[in-house]
Design a protein around this ligand. Structure first.
Ligand code: NAD
Length: 503
């Protein structure tokens, strides 16, 4: 299959029919059942069928994994390797992910419903790129010398923190995981990855690839299970040094409480968003802006932390612009996730689908105007599909415009001036991303500066790669993933002072 340039839906279905689903936890270099023997159903949102039963880990498994991770860390088997050696092993890990891309992409699509073209080109390729970019940086991170008096040498070095827990969401399962475990491993830590119970498969599969690449036992562990059980056990554990999380703001807040109730482990949070996409009447190309607005709400079925869920349009062009967005959304109608032409697949599960449909209902009750979409699709398949949806006449006071829906539901608001646009854009508890479209350089920069968000896009809605940090202001979190800034989460900074004897 790897050799075939353009696989068809039939090719993917054939591969799916012969797929083996990983289902055991991975602790200390071994695939194991949960200590309790419990499992949970892994159900595909593509058609509602059960793919496998996955180990449901709990306190005992968390303990076992932390012990293994601690022992590996203390032994120095990973952290004391020359950086160039860790780099080589992580590069091999990235290569193995690339070599197994079809299988991993298929697991991702079946597990959480995203179109196969994106599982392959965005998620799995992106995870491999993340690991290899990070690996490449390992032996280029230097310490510092303090500018101090002549009889002293002050050395500033970075050290691995120890046992790192990564708790991640289901929207880009392996990609979000790799943004965390790659820099954590690169810096010499031991990692315990807790994938979402809605999408555990790729994390479990890559554990075996980590071993094949040469990552020592105990250094990379994967614990599937419920957040309220194994996630909580890890977050409360007294021997975990750092907890790096991506997920909802509600759970992020809970994790800060757990850290306070336990050992004050460092907590790094990438949480929710309700990002404004501001379109001024003088945008250089309204059609391009509309295409981006459509993609900004429909890509990954709207299950994107940076989704452009609040479209702020200058009042004078509102009708014209909304018409262009509707046109642009035509190609984003739901389709079968294994069809390579499909851009918009299934919502992750029934619970999330009913949350999205609930908001569509609520928007109408709140007095917004349902201008496009709004219907569930392909119900007969047993899968979870919904049309991209536009509400006009929305206000920040409405729940559809204030709360994170995590589905393809766009709220359109209007503004009359730059100040009005900025005020409305910042009127949110979140601060993850924002965009501004204008041909006026002065307006673009002034607006970008005034926006309280970790990423701001000017005349685009998706800028970003491994070279730039990613993270949020306000209740969208703290700390940054990607780029060299990601290493801050996984290192302690040590100042070592040496006194020189007088002659
Ligand atoms: P979630 O918060 O429900 O779950 C995230 C993870 O936390 C899962 O692995 C879950 O099992 C675990 N968890 C849940 N309760 C827990 C508890 N009490 N203790 C420990 N762990 C617990 O989020 P989700 O629904 O999986 O993902 C969607 C959310 O993720 C959205 O809010 C989205 O904005 C956010 N997200 C943010 C970013 C970012 O970079 N800022 C990126 C992707 C997704």
């Amino acid at each position: 299959m790897n050799k075939k340039k353009h696989p068809t839906r039939e090719d993917w279905e054939k591969l799916a029919a012969n797929l083996t689903f990983p289902h055991q936890a991975y602790i200390n270099g071994e695939y194991l059942n949960a200590a309790s023997g419990e499992t949970f159903d892994c159900i595909s949102p593509v058609d509602g069928k059960t793919l496998t039963q996955v180990a449901s880990c709990d306190v005992a498994d968390a303990d076992k994994a932390v012990k293994a991770a601690r022992a590996a860390f203390e032994s120095g088997v990973w952290r004391d390797l020359p950086p160039a050696k860790r780099k080589q092993i992580l590069q091999k890990f990235a290569d193995l992910i690339t070599q197994n891309r079809d299988e991993l992409a298929l697991l991702e699509t079946l597990d959480m419903g995203k179109p196969i073209r994106f599982s392959s080109s965005v998620d799995i390729s992106g995870a491999a790129r993340t690991i290899s970019w990070t690996a490449e940086a390992i032996d280029k991170v230097y310490g510092e010398l303090a500018p101090t008096s002549v009889d002293k040498i002050g050395m500033i070095t970075r050290e691995a923190v120890g046992v790192v827990v990564n708790i991640v969401p289901w929207n880009f399962p392996l990609l979000m995981a790799s943004w965390k475990f790659a820099p954590a491993l690169a810096m010499g830590n031991s990692v315990i990855l807790k994938p979402s119970e809605k999408s555990p498969l790729t994390a479990l599969r890559v554990a075996g690839l980590a071993k094949e690449a040469g990552i020592p036992d105990g250094v990379f562990n994967v614990l599937p299970g419920l957040g309220s059980k194994v996630g909580k056990a890890l977050a409360l554990h007294m021997d975990v040094d750092t907890l790096a999380f991506t997920g909802s703001t509600a759970v992020a807040k809970q994790l800060m409480v757990y850290a306070g109730e336990s050992n004050m482990k460092r907590v790094w949070l990438e949480a929710g968003g309700k990002s404004p996409n501001i379109v001024f009447a003088d945008a250089p190309n309204l059609e391009k802006a509309a295409q981006a607005a459509a993609q900004g709400i429909a890509f990954n079925m709207g299950q994107v932390c940076t989704a452009g869920t609040r479209l702020l349009v200058e009042a004078s062009i509102k009708d014209e612009f909304v018409a262009l967005v509707k046109q642009a959304l035509v190609k984003w109608q739901p389709g079968h996730p294994l069809d390579p032409k499909t851009l918009n697949g299934a919502i992750v599960d029934k619970q999330q689908l009913s949350k999205v449909l609930g908001y569509i209902e609520k928007g109408q009750q709140e007095g917004a105007n349902l201008a496009f979409g709004g219907q569930q699709a392909f119900q007969e398949t047993g899968g979870c599909y919904v049309q991209p949806t536009i509400f006009t006449e929305a206000e920040n006071t409405m729940q559809i415009a204030a709360e994170e829906i995590f589905g393809p539901v766009l709220s359109v608001l209007t503004f009359d001036s730059m100040q009005d646009a900025v005020t409305q854009a910042n009127d949110t508890i979140y601060g993850l991303a924002a965009a501004v479209w204008t041909a006026d350089l002065n307006k673009a920069h002034k607006t970008a500066k005034a926006l309280r968000a970790g990423s701001v896009w000017i005349n685009n809605y998706d800028g970003g790669d491994m070279t730039a940090p990613f993270g949020g202001y306000k209740q969208s979190g703290n700390g940054r993933d990607k780029s060299l800034h990601a290493f801050d989460k996984y290192t302690e900074i040590k100042a070592t002072w040496l006194s020189l004897e007088a002659d």
